[in-house]
Design a protein around this ligand. Structure first.
Ligand code: KG4
Ligand code: ZN
Length: 357
């Protein structure tokens, strides 16, 4: 195992990041001073769209077809050769195993040939630390991680120290957006389509449930809300959903999600403030954090609780390789490198649960 070099100033570190855990093939080079030197991202949207969701075999094949070229382009744009890097980071899980193996194998090959440290990054850790890349947010902070596969509240204490306060007991939040969109014929991915449609809608028209609102704890639940959307659609004239019906239902849905998030985050903020009275950041990350309405609602909540809301720009909320490269830099600094026999993990929870679910 190569040693982590100590002769290089922190700011001069250069790490290549690779992301292939889902339906985005991405490569980026990030510097220790938080500059993104180059970024390449290829979305597989068109390949998966006809199926209304991600097909794992198609995803793995597409990663294989494009990853080499994206890495080459990112390295050329950064003006670096592999020998100039200080580490290679790739998403090691959680995610679709075929894609994870494509990315990890590529990272291992580069690391082995050029004698570089390998950094196997937990995808959720990538999202969790992205606010430190974009805003330099200091530890500890409270993180609301909202993505296609996850919905969690986590206290981020340090690199590798994550205390989970709550998680979803059924569906992930992004999955709920995607399913609601599918029922409304809005296509995939659903989140951005729901947000666009909701902009012209009346959030008060449909009374949807606010899952777990008012209950103790920090867990989430979204399957009841999804069912309520289905029942609402079924109660409308069959096959004749008007533009306004769709807009109103999307707005009502988004408001229900926001109320539920606000309630759960409120409980987590109390715990966080008790434990870390000196801390002042609520970070929101993950694909669903790209949603402008949810950001506004969370920003209001944070302000009322004396916290600042830190939300990375949209392109760094959805899956990307810069966050993986950055998590690699943070792990490299902490001496947390991996062996070349690291096995990709389709399931890989971030930190231990703190509260009883
Ligand atoms: O983090 P991400 O890119 O991939 C995962 O790691 O899951 O998150 C993807 C999810 C999808 O479910 C997508 O519908 C949702 O993020 N999403 C949104 C928005 N943009 C993406 N959800 C709500 N509003 C958005 N604007
Ligand atoms: Zn993600």
């Amino acid at each position: 195992m190569p040693n982590v070099t100590t002769s290089v100033e922190d700011a001069d570190l250069r790490v290549l990041g690779i992301e292939t855990s889902c339906d985005e093939t991405a490569a980026a080079v990030v510097a220790g001073d938080r500059r993104i030197l180059a970024e390449r991202l290829l979305s597989q949207l068109a390949e998966h769209q006809p199926y209304g969701g991600i097909v794992p075999e198609i995803a793995a094949r597409a990663h294989l077809d494009h990853l080499d070229r994206l890495i080459e382009e990112a390295m050329a744009e950064a003006g670096l050769g592999f020998a100039d890097l200080h580490g290679v980071a790739a998403t090691g899980g959680p995610g679709l195993i075929g894609g994870l193996m494509v990315g990890m194998t590529m990272a291992k090959a580069i690391a082995a040939v050029h004698g570089l440290p390998l950094l196997a990054v937990n995808h959720l850790e990538g999202h969790a630390l992205s606010a430190r890349l974009t805003d330099g947010t200091a530890f500890p902070y409270l993180l609301l991680l909202v993505s296609g596969g996850h919905c969690q509240l986590v206290i981020v204490e340090a690199v590798g120290r994550y205390r989970r306060l709550g998680t979803t007991i059924d569906d992930a939040i992004g999955e709920c957006f995607d399913k609601a969109a599918k029922m409304l014929g809005l296509g995939y991915p659903g989140g951005p389509a729901v947000e666009r449609a909701a902009a012209d809608g009346d959030a008060a028209r449909f009374a949807l449930p606010r899952p777990l609102k008012g209950r103790p704890g920090c867990d989430f639940s979204f399957s009841g809300l999804k069912t309520a959307v289905r029942h609402t659609i079924e109660a409308l004239p069959p096959g004749r959903l008007s533009h306004q019906d769709v807009a109103d239902l999307c707005a009502s849905f988004q408001a229900a999600v926001a109320d539920s998030l606000e309630d759960r985050c409120g409980n987590a903020i109390k715990i966080f403030r008790d434990r870390h009275p000196e801390a002042n950041s609520l970070v929101v990350a993950g694909g669903v954090a790209a949603n402008g309405y949810l950001r506004t609602r969370l920003s209001r909540l944070a302000k009322a609780s004396g916290l600042d809301l830190v939300a990375p720009p949209q392109a760094l909320c959805t899956d990307n390789a810069a966050m993986i490269a950055w998590a690699g830099i943070e792990r490299l600094r902490a001496g947390l490198t991996d062996e070349l026999d690291f096995a990709a993990k389709p399931r890989w929870p971030l930190g231990a649960a703190e509260l009883e679910s």
